[in-house]
Design a protein around this ligand. Structure first.
Ligand code: ZN
Length: 412
């Protein structure tokens, strides 16, 4: 399907080194690829609801990675999916008496608008689960044939991946079995289901049920794909057997990313699936976790509708470090708006302190595991100095604006 519309990204003088990022599997910060191309797969939305600030924060995180790679002269192959068929989508459509296809199309369209407003560089490939079903089903059949998956004997036609076929299972999340069981139950898995070889085995193919959409699965029978194999198949098809960065929110680390990697590695025989597994923190509201069950989601489209500048939202979300769970409050938004106004004022000052110096410092801060708090502080200090008449570089204000645009995605 179509992604959203991109925008021009200024080319800056000189270039940065490829960024170093925290890898959840190795549990350390390590330099990303030095190759001429970099590949990244980021898990996208299940379009049953509008883009909330948690989605936005995750998308901004991986947008920064793409921006830094580009600034390092690296060609970026970026793929993102849309889980346009899954239980939450069908549940919401049933609850609201709406056609699930119409719901998915509407929310995906809104997501695209939000991404454009936040100046997120679009992925090269934006891929839906539904359009990928023939390839997903082929992968499931391949796993069954290899003895790594099995059909449940209860007549449902449901197929599960046998985690015993993935000896390294758990290397990414480092969780105890007890924690895996708990998280699996909380996040869409079914550890209690009878007949599975291991309670942690994840669903690959759900056999057709009355009242649910189903597609041809060949020998699998009609049905629809599980979530983890969806992402593994889309990534393998467009990016090859191993990728540089697999990204998403930290609530995807287990079971989603752990299982996707296990599927991909079993299919290709190559490990690790991703050189870096990168996870963004969650956004809470006024001290509480933001969740659909609490009904306290803050939607990007709602803020836009209220006339909030999307650049202030973006700055607000970059105020804390991407890996930390952090809070959204009115004060965070106000601070983002004030900072944006101050930077805009400074960008048209007659002179400022060295633009080259600011650019080098920004590249260093962001290259160190996307240290946006440090980067924002650097621009703040530069702006204060420029507005106080400090510095004599007449080219600096324009370079500052270009650097902030190219590296932070903030248009002044
Ligand atoms: Zn995914």
């Amino acid at each position: 399907m179509d992604a959203w519309t991109g925008h021009d990204v200024p080319t800056l003088p000189g270039k940065s080194a490829p960024p170093a990022l925290f890898d959840s599997a190795r549990r350390e910060i390590a330099r990303t690829t030095a190759g001429p191309t970099a590949s990244m797969y980021v898990c996208g939305i299940t379009p049953y609801d509008a883009t909330h600030l948690g989605h936005a924060a995750t998308m901004i995180t991986f947008d920064l990675v793409q921006r830094l790679w580009r600034d390092a002269g690296i060609d970026v192959r970026y793929v993102q999916n849309v889980t346009d068929i899954d239980d939450p989508l069908l549940e919401r459509a049933t609850r609201d008496g709406e056609d699930w296809v119409v719901l998915a199309m509407r929310e995906t369209a809104l997501f695209r608008e939000d991404m454009e407003a936040l100046r997120i560089i679009p992925p090269a490939h934006y891929v839906g689960a539904v359009e990928s079903i023939p390839r997903i089903a082929a992968h499931v059949r391949e796993l069954v044939a290899a003895g790594a998956a099995y059909q449940l004997g209860d007549g449902t036609g449901d197929v599960y991946f046998a985690i015993e076929a993935a000896p390294a299972f758990g290397y990414e999340s480092h969780l105890s079995r007890e924690d895996m069981l708990r998280l699996s139950a909380e996040r869409g898995g079914d550890p209690e289901r009878p007949g599975k070889r291991d309670p942690l085995d994840p669903l690959l193919w759900r056999g057709a049920r009355d009242g649910e959409p189903a597609w041809d699965g060949g020998d699998l029978g009609p049905g629809r794909p599980g979530w983890h194999i969806e992402c593994a198949t889309i990534a393998l098809g467009l990016l090859g057997s191993t990728i540089d960065v697999q990204g998403g929110g930290n609530d995807l680390l287990y079971p989603h990313h752990e299982c996707s990697a296990a599927h991909a590695e079993r299919l290709t025989g190559e490990a690790p699936f991703a050189a870096h597994y990168v996870h963004a923190g969650m956004i809470g509201l006024d001290g509480e976790k933001m969740s659909k069950s609490k009904g306290n989601l803050v939607f990007v489209s709602r803020l836009r509708g209220d006339g909030v500048d999307p650049m202030a939202v973006r700055l607000g979300l970059m105020t804390g470090h991407y890996r930390s769970d952090r809070q959204w409050t009115d004060d965070v938004l106000k601070a983002g708006e004030q900072r944006l106004a101050r930077w805009r004022e400074a960008a048209v000052a007659p002179t400022g302190p060295s633009g080259d110096g600011l650019l080098a410092a920004l590249r260093e801060a962001l290259g160190n595991d996307l240290d946006t708090p440090a980067a924002l502080a650097l621009v703040d200090a530069w702006a204060e100095s420029a507005l106080a008449g400090g510095g004599t570089d007449p080219a600096a204000p324009a370079l500052m604006a270009q650097a902030v645009d190219a590296l932070l995605g903030i248009r002044l």
